[in-house]
Design a protein around this ligand. Structure first.
Ligand code: GDP
Length: 308
């Protein structure tokens, strides 16, 4: 996804190579090119502005000393600042002292939440956890059975209302089909009863932001008091990634971000801006449709990948 950004940054930094000393004009020119490369990759404007200001200040103030030549010094500064906008340290899941740990997924329809629930369940299981996936996307036709299929593939149990039947009230699980809040609550109770130590709640999205969506997500959050709310965002949606993240942050609030579809060929810079814009860390990255196309997000590794 970041190939063209990588190429542009490499080009911008290439001109500095071999120079014994860098003038302010050299740094200004390089920063202009880096700025263009970032904007072209769709990194959001305020993020680019802040980034360039820091790189410029540090590059101009850099002491010519140590093992790095001036060009390498600038590359290091760009790398450090890139790691900075991506969140610095890798942020891991905070597990509850008293299980089950509740992880709620939120995001637009098509962002990749249901797929992610399977991947996350699979990953948690590999880490020695005993996750339960809870199907609360009762909006999108087929989302419940999709989660069941994904869960089966991952070998992870799924808690779901029976399709088309009301099993609330008189039903033994006390779940009202069609009421995602009640499904979420019952899913967490089921996890506690069956000794699952983590619950992953898949929720409904909409094609765009709307109040009903925010209300439903907030109600599920209030009913289950999640330890983590992960905002799932498709890296292919460009600048909308930032505005959607801001809307979810205001409407529901989240503790971390998951970037999906990093295998796509769209410009993914907007998604890279989400951490800086919302102040919430990118925790996981998904890069394909297979269960294993998923990993913890490491800001330093992503920065190295981008810088080539
Ligand atoms: P939801 O509406 O948020 O639950 O989204 P889904 O999980 O149904 O995903 C929407 C589409 O994106 C499906 O066709 C998925 O197979 C696909 N998808 C999800 N994650 C990825 C990813 O990381 N890479 C690619 N290429 N496709 C993905």
């Amino acid at each position: 996804m970041f190939d063209s950004l990588s190429d542009r940054l490499a080009d911008a930094l290439k001109d500095l190579r071999g120079k014994g000393r860098l003038s302010d004009a050299d740094i200004d020119r390089t920063c202009r090119e880096i700025r263009l490369a970032l904007l072209e990759a769709d990194v959001s404007l305020p993020v680019v502005r802040g980034f360039i200001a820091k790189v410029k200040e540090r590059a101009k103030g850099a002491e010519v000393s140590g093992a790095l030549n001036p060009a390498q010094q600038v590359v290091k500064i760009v790398n450090d600042e890139l790691v900075g906008i991506l969140g610095g340290e890798t942020r891991r899941i905070t597990f509850a002292k008293n299980p089950p740990t509740v992880i709620m997924l939120a995001g637009l329809q098509g962002a990749g939440k249901t797929t992610l629930a399977g991947k996350l369940g699979h990953w948690l299981q590999k880490q020695g956890h005993t996750p339960l996936l809870v199907a609360c996307d009762l909006q999108r036709p087929g989302a419940v059975s999709q989660l069941q299929i994904v869960g089966e593939r991952a070998g992870v149990k799924v808690f779901a209302p029976h399709p088309g039947t009301s099993i609330g009230g008189e039903g033994q699980l006390g779940v009202t089909a069609g009421d995602p809040v009640s499904v979420a609550r019952s899913g967490v109770a089921e996890a506690a009863a069956q000794h699952h130590d983590v619950v992953v709640i898949d929720t409904a999205g909409r094609l765009g932001i709307d109040q009903e969506l925010m209300k439903q997500a907030s109600d599920i959050r209030d009913a289950t008091e999640p330890d983590e709310v992960l905002f799932v965002v498709d890296a292919m949606i460009g600048q909308d990634a930032v505005s959607t993240a801001e809307a979810f942050q205001d409407g529901v609030g989240f503790t971390g971000v998951v970037l999906t579809k990093l295998d796509g060929d769209a410009r993914g810079g907007a998604a890279l801006s989400v951490r800086e814009v919302t102040g919430r860390p990118i925790m996981f990255a998904s890069s394909g449709e297979k269960l294993d196309d998923f990993d913890v997000f490491h800001p330093d590794r992503m920065a190295s990948r981008i810088l080539g």
